[in-house]
Design a protein around this ligand. Structure first.
Ligand SMILES: Cc1ncc(COP(=O)(O)O)c(C=O)c1O
Length: 388
């Protein structure tokens, strides 16, 4: 039985072979560190790291490639930005659909006197945009928001929210985990001050690489909560105040950056539009195929009914109404080879918003290498498991 991987929302798989080749080549034929070695191979690798920063700035409309910081994942990026920026007495807004990569830092910060409020969301995971301005208080300094839900794929209107942030002088921090590499993101026109990304999902790099891009005005406002050796200004024990060293202590994940470089190149060559068309096409096919089961009361599909206007990405959660979700997911894997994620997906309040707490859902998430035939197999498997 062939396996059908539908868990790209967790991490993309397979990666383009160019990504694996690049990491392999680095391990066998380079393997050096950067910013420390005084030899040509280290300088060459520095060139690749620099080029990766440039590709990210180009892709996301950042100002300057020195403002691209590498971390190990978006969780670390969000922690560094939120904990370095917010101070006791501050208030921050977030959506009701946030992943724990945002919520757990905010809940920790609450204990230090930093308040947060959740902008309400609908049962389909849509942000109630009209509520935002009324929730801004005198001490509101920022708004943090996921671009798309990791449970139901509903996309948040970044441009509209960014415009509100600009009007009220709030810093806009974005979690792009489920959209970077699929949907266009432009820091300038969307007024994003800190764009956090993870390298191993739709950016197609290996696990263990992520980062964030800062607007110039944000750099001085974030205290570097991590510090250590950077290979620069080695005569002093002070943390560098220049970018990107201010936020990049310790040895970097160079195999990860080299792999990410190859992933970004693959995306550039294919084009974001073609990628989105493919993934959203599969998503629409899946939603259409499940609709008859929903009409018969066998499943509940979460989120928007379709991908029109790209308001939904390739992440679909369902609940099987006559069969336990965990049993259904187990059978999908063992009997049909369909690999999914089941239960609660690290975003408890998002589940509450969608009405899927505490049962959770079965999540299907599509990637570049999935096919229409695989989607059809998954639909047939769900139908059979549901007794259709
Ligand atoms: C919306 C969202 N934010 C943050 C994360 C955390 O990503 P990472 O584990 O790469 O830090 C995820 C991962 O599933 C996610 O879907």
């Amino acid at each position: 039985m062939d396996k059908i991987y539908l868990d790209n929302g967790a991490t993309s798989y397979p990666k383009p072979h160019e990504v694996a080749d690049a990491v392999y080549d680095y391990m066998l034929h380079c393997g050096t560190n950067i910013n420390r070695g005084g030899y040509q191979a280290a300088y060459d690798l520095e060139g690749t790291v620099f080029e990766t920063r440039e590709m990210l700035v180009d892709m996301f409309g950042g100002q300057d490639c020195k403002n691209v910081v590498f971390t190990k994942n978006i969780t670390e990026s969000l922690n560094v930005v939120l904990k370095g920026f917010l101070k006791p007495g501050d208030h921050i807004l977030c959506s009701s659909m946030e992943h724990n990569a945002v919520m757990r830092p905010l809940v920790q910060l609450e204990a230090q006197g930093i308040e947060f409020s959740r902008i309400p969301g609908t049962e389909r995971g849509e942000l109630v945009l009209d509520a935002v301005e009324g929730m801004i208080k005198e001490n509101t300094v920022a708004l943090v928001m996921t671009h798309a839900s990791n449970i139901c794929g509903t996309v948040n209107p970044l441009a509209e929210v960014g415009a509100i942030c600009k009007k009220h002088g709030l810093k806009f921090i974005v979690d792009s985990a489920q959209t970077a590499g699929v949907l266009p993101i432009d820091m300038k026109s969307m007024n994003i001050d800190a764009l956090c990304f993870t390298g191993h999902k739709s950016l197609l790099g290996p696990q263990g690489i992520g980062g964030f891009i800062l607007d110039e005005d944000m750099i001085d406002k974030i205290y570097p909560i991590l510090s250590g050796g950077t290979g620069s200004i080695s005569h002093t024990e002070e943390t560098p105040d220049f970018m990107p060293d201010k936020f990049e202590p310790g040895t970097m994940n160079l195999p990860g950056i080299v792999g990410l470089h190859a992933g970004l190149k693959w995306i550039q060559e294919r084009g974001l539009d073609a990628i989105a068309d493919h993934e959203l096409g599969l998503t629409q096919r899946f939603l259409d195929g499940l609709k008859p089961l929903e009409d018969k009361g066998l499943v509940r599909i979460c989120g928007l009914p379709g991908t029109a206007d790209r308001k939904r990405v390739g992440v679909v959660s369902i609940q099987t109404l006559k069969v336990d979700c965990a049993d259904a997911a187990f059978r999908l894997d063992f009997e049909y080879g369909v690999e999914t994620r089941v239960g609660l997906h690290c975003a408890p309040n998002a589940h509450k918003t969608l009405g899927t707490y505490p049962t959770g859902t079965i999540r299907f998430s599509f990637g570049n290498f999935n096919t229409a035939e695989e989607v059809d197999t998954a639909i047939r498997a769900i139908a059979e498991i549901c007794g259709e």
